[in-house]
Design a protein around this ligand. Sequence first.
Ligand code: SF4
Ligand code: SF4
Ligand code: SF4
Length: 351
Amino acid sequence: MAEAMKSLFPTMSRVRLWVQIVMLFVTVWGASVVGHYSAEKISDALPALSCAYDTQNGGYCVLVPLQHQVHHRVGTALVKAQEVTLKVLLPLAMTMLTFLAFFFVLGKAFCGWVCPLGTLQELVQRVGRRFGLPLHAVAADKLGRVRPVKWLMLLGLVLLLPLLTGMGVTAHEFGNPYCDVCPSRLATTLLTGNTEEIALKTQSPLAFAIGALGNTLFGFIAVGALAIRQPFCRICPMLALNAVFRHASLARLVKRQHDKCEKCGICTKACPMDITEIHTEHGRKAYHDDCTLCGRCAEFCPDDDVIQVKLGPFALFRSSRDYYKKRMTGEMPDGTVKPVRIVRKSPQGGA
Ligand code: SF4
Ligand code: SF4
Ligand code: SF4
């Protein structure tokens, strides 16, 4: 009797075997045995290897959706992320890092010393002075109205319109709106003998209108530079972009509070951007958003060490009375050149 009872006692191995057999039915023939709905609920709740290719079971192996997700979602997302990284983030980071590295050393000196359009406007202006054309300084009240335009150009033409075009909100002609009207594009390509950039585009009325606007602006800048110093610089988005980081750069203009400043205003007369703050202010306010770090204010300041052009802790140039005297022999602060006296030799050899 005891032996018979002993053989009926369910060992764990035996229980396990029964469970295995039941689950084998559920996972292999589950749908036929307990109905599709119940079998699916049971096998879904288990990390089962209930094969999806077996049409008689209730659910499917968790590895199927896992592979599916990895294949169609994670893989695609990684490709997209790689695409975004390679096509958007890296180029953007490289552009910004190059700009920041360049800017960290040169700062606004890019405008005053490097930019081709800045140089060309100065050269045209010199021609105007040489031919005695009147120079028009931009009055302080008008400056107040012009100064915000560079920020609108940066936000509207360089950032917002390209973004909206990329999102499909605005027409594709607005993908590069700043480049389309940039006078530097036309000036520098023309200087290489390339006339394609100035030719009007006829793909669409909008492209034609934008091209015509760019050419008109270029004409105004070319003629305007004869009478007004640096006309385009005043609305240039690069001036605004440089202004954002100007205090982070090694190169900068320094005017400390100084008893030596006579408030003579010659610095503003010499300034190609008509910056009055270099005359009236000191410290951070004197180094204005619009400054191109050309250094003319320091050159023409008649007082010793009032204005400095600095690179890090080093003063590259300090205003000095001696330098001022020499500088004034060739050119007036407003850029007017002293007339060249042409001395004709008399036939006898005398002057
Ligand atoms: S303000 Fe613009 S156009 Fe003028 S020098 Fe700077 S980058 Fe060139
Ligand atoms: S030129 Fe020199 S001394 Fe005259 S106002 Fe400007 S900073 Fe002062
Ligand atoms: S403030 Fe001085 S350095 Fe700056 S743009 Fe005017 S003249 Fe040039």
